[in-house]
Design a protein around this ligand. Structure first.
Ligand code: ZN
Length: 146
């Protein structure tokens, strides 16, 4: 009864920006996918954290290649929000930089039926306005191999 999905789900799940996650959500302004990397042991860290979960050192936001592969995905046919056409694809992708470096995202620019686990994808950015600043949501599209 309290489950009012029509107002609970925004167009995108845009988070409040913090010092830690701001690079991730705004790097797209420069076409960069910025992920935190440990300044000591070089571990990539996602989701954003205060310091390195391995060695405790400081993290710095650094650009990654934007290349990834689909680890798991689900096709959503539920029109939670009229602003978002269905079906759309929610996925976990694994970035090429590190075996356990994963982000939750959407797969765009392809038919949901064509998506498969292991599919090579590349980042692109969707611009959204969040209160007084723009955020660039990283989404992934099929990668065309040269
Ligand atoms: Zn470290």
């Amino acid at each position: 009864m309290a489950d009012d999905a029509s107002q609970a789900i925004p167009k995108r799940m845009l988070p409040p920006l913090s010092t830690e996650n701001r690079p991730f959500w705004t790097g797209g302004a420069d076409g960069l996918l910025l992920i935190q990397q440990c300044t000591e042991c070089a571990l990539w860290v996602s989701p954003p954290a205060a310091d390195c979960p391995d060695c405790g050192a400081t993290l710095a936001a650094r650009p990654v290649s934007g290349r990834a592969e689909v680890l798991t995905y689900t096709v959503n046919h539920q029109p939670f929000n009229p602003a978002v056409p269905v079906p759309y694809v929610i996925a976990i992708v694994k970035l090429d930089e590190q075996a356990d470096l994963r982000i939750a995202t959407n797969i765009v620019d392809c038919e949901p039926d064509s998506i498969h686990v292991g599919m090579k994808v590349h980042v692109r950015f969707e611009r959204h306005e969040l209160e007084d600043e723009s955020v660039f949501v990283p989404v992934f599209a099929p990668r065309i191999e040269a």
